[in-house]
Design a protein around this ligand. Structure first.
Ligand code: F6R
Length: 613
């Protein structure tokens, strides 16, 4: 949540920061701001409620020139979204300005200490407290700013990524992190700070991922890193493997649509070099030393949130069905606040697109402290989760910018399928023949997703008839139950239509009361082991005049006769079906949201990366 960008170097800084903030808008977009130090005019701060484009409009009427700037795009935690609560925040003397991503948990007690010393506050934010606390520490010993930051942060409880700028020394920026991400771009005599690498790659591919409890200073002396104990370390420069094209819309109306259409490629990228159907091989380099442990595991626990949690539910079916391992799928936010029972040999697997979700990270750390083996399935390379886990598999879906997750979900399910198949084969719970067949089917998935995408116009036409629905129900069984949940989540988050996902048979125990001629019901009714049962459930809905859209297998004629609309998906092995059945649901949600005039890529109240608990 919240995006940070800062720049120091030879360029005009404000445009660099504004452009970077636009790339980070997926992290929050309720207000934004930028602070610069103009050598003639001193520190100047501009803040605006709304999108970065609104801030840009404000800047059009301003004249200043600066080579240093810090900027922020906000997802409100403390205080409503307005101009005053927007970052950057200024210290009482006007000397320091600060941008912050995270939550300072002890801000109230720090604020009281500062109020007793005469400090005043204009915003309701924890960030304004932090910048004044740093100012107070700096003044108390006339410390250099980096030392004041270090001493102040020792007393801070909570999560933060910060960048601070000093009006008196506008040739230096200081950044620090604990729990929230911060990347430093190292260019030719120029430096960048950002919450992820996307604002940086246009200028340099050389980056340093700051570690927790580290402080970075960039100045004419270069980049220096120390930890909170004041121990220096050599910056570990890495090259990011990310092209600009991957983070632009490339002619699509929305990132979400681009990402839906990218799925044949993102799934193929995920499989590449890992699944070799011809030679009947699966190679998961990241799990080389852990496959044996997986095969012996008595229990696997998935921890995740939102869409990633739905992928975990698919994983549960996969591991139980193929590898006969007992699996539990936990909301990370619940797991971390229980006293979960972890036994020797238990494996906890975090699933996260961003690799930064605060609850998932905390759940993993708890599991590790209790002695579990912790593994990760992450999309963002170098993210916090990927760095704390013992081992893991990247999903290689490429940057996902639309707030509603699409290609990350199918990549997560692809990875979980590969791990489950590899584990099952190692354990001997599937035959060589089934193993080979699954690999062939997996290799064919990208082509089949491509086929489904050719139905986009047909799905768009169906969505026109449901644009003004007030509610939706999504029903599926077995592996398609998590797909039903995912379909409902997609619809509600981008169209704001109330939607529920249920196991189809569970409908009789309550939700069936909602069915009447105004209730659209989406069934996933592909030809699998629960097909006949789902057909009965469809009849129950039709008998009550519900309007049914059914996702069916290619060539199905039975369901077609009963329902209002059908969308066909190609046949595949039953355990791989979610990779296909979810695609029409993504498109349906997308078109309904567009027809309702919603901001599909930036739905209200949401942020892509939930780095607060
Ligand atoms: C929904 C969505 C969210 C995320 C959730 C977890 O479309 O994107 O529900 O899935 O916030 O995020 P990650 O996967 O980054 O941990």
């Amino acid at each position: 949540m919240c995006g940070i960008v800062a720049y120091l170097g030879g360029r005009e800084s404000a445009p660099v920061v504004i452009k970077g903030l636009k790339r980070l808008e997926y992290r929050g977009y309720d207000s934004s701001g930028v602070a610069v130090v103009d050598p003639e005019q001193g520190m100047k701060i501009f803040k605006k409620k709304g999108k970065v484009a609104d801030l840009e409009n404000v800047l059009k009427n301003e004249t200043f020139y600066a080579n240093i700037a810090i900027g922020h795009t906000r997802w409100a935690t403390h205080g409503e979204p307005n101009d005053v609560n927007a970052h950057p925040h200024l210290s009482n003397s006007g000397r320091f300005s600060l941008v912050h991503n995270g939550i300072i948990e002890n801000y109230n007690s720090l604020k009281q200490v500062l109020i007793n010393k005469g400090y005043t506050f204009s915003s309701q934010t924890d960030t304004e407290v932090l910048v004044n606390f740093i100012e107070e520490v700096q003044r108390s010993g006339n410390y250099p700013l980096e030392e004041a930051v270090r001493l102040a942060l020792k007393d801070v409880i909570g999560a933060y990524a910060i960048v601070i700028m000093d009006r008196e020394n506008p040739n230096r920026l200081i950044g620090a992190r604990k729990g929230s991400p911060l990347v430093i771009g190292v260019g030719q005599d120029e430096y960048f700070f950002a919450s992820d690498a996307t604002p940086i790659i246009e200028y340099t591919k050389e980056v340093v991922y700051l570690d927790d409890l580290e402080i970075a200073v960039v100045s004419e002396n270069g980049l220096e890193i120390r930890n909170l104990q004041n121990e220096a370390s050599d910056p570990q420069i890495q090259t990011v493997d990310l092209e600009l094209e991957a983070i632009e819309k490339s002619g699509y109306d929305h990132f979400m649509l681009k990402e839906i259409f990218e799925q044949p490629r993102s799934i193929a990228d995920c499989l590449r070099g890992r699944v070799n159907a011809d030679e009947a091989l699966i190679q998961l380099g990241g799990l080389r030393d852990y496959l044996g442990k997986l095969a012996k595991a008595k229990r696997i626990v998935f921890v995740a949130c939102g869409t990633s949690w739905h992928a975990g539910l698919v994983g549960e079916y996969l591991f139980e069905e193929l590898a006969r391992i007992n699996v539990e799928v936990e909301y990370a936010s619940e797991f971390r606040y229980r006293n979960p029972i972890i036994k020797e040999g238990d494996i906890v697997i975090a699933i996260s697109q961003s690799g930064e979700t605060a609850d998932t990270l905390a759940a993993l750390e708890l599991a590790k402290a209790k002695g579990a083996i912790i593994l990760g399935v992450c999309n963002v390379v170098g993210s916090s989760i990927s760095r704390v886990t013992d081992a893991g598999v990247y999903t290689h879906a490429g940057p996902e910018i639309g707030v509603a997750s699409t290609k990350a979900f199918t990549a997560q399910v692809t990875v979980l399928s590969m791990i489950a198949i590899a584990t099952a084969h190692k354990k001997g719970t599937i035959t060589d023949e089934t193993f080979r067949r699954l690999l062939i089917e997996m290799s064919d998935i990208p082509k089949k997703v491509e086929e489904i995408l050719t139905l986009a116009d047909e799905i768009k036409d169906i969505s026109k008839l449901f644009t003004f629905a007030q509610n939706f129900i999504f029903l599926g069984r077995g592996l398609n139950f998590p797909v039903a949940l995912e379909g409902a989540l997609k619809l509600k988050e981008i169209s704001y239509i109330h939607a529920e996902g249920y196991p189809a048979a569970e409908m009789k125990h309550g939700p069936i009361a909602l069915i009447d001629e105004d209730m659209p019901v989406v069934f996933i009714a592909t030809r699998d082991s629960s097909y006949e049962k789902v057909v009965s459930n469809i009849q129950e809905v039709k008998a009550r005049k519900g309007r049914v859209i059914a996702i069916v297998s290619e060539g199905d004629t039975e369901v077609r006769k009963m329902v209002d609309f059908t969308i066909e998906v190609p046949n595949t092995h039953e355990v791989l079906q979610p990779l296909l059945t979810v695609i029409p649901l993504q498109l349906l949600s997308y078109y309904i949201a567009v027809l309702r005039g919603r901001n599909v890529d930036q739905p209200r109240n949401l942020a892509k990366s939930v780095t607060v608990e």
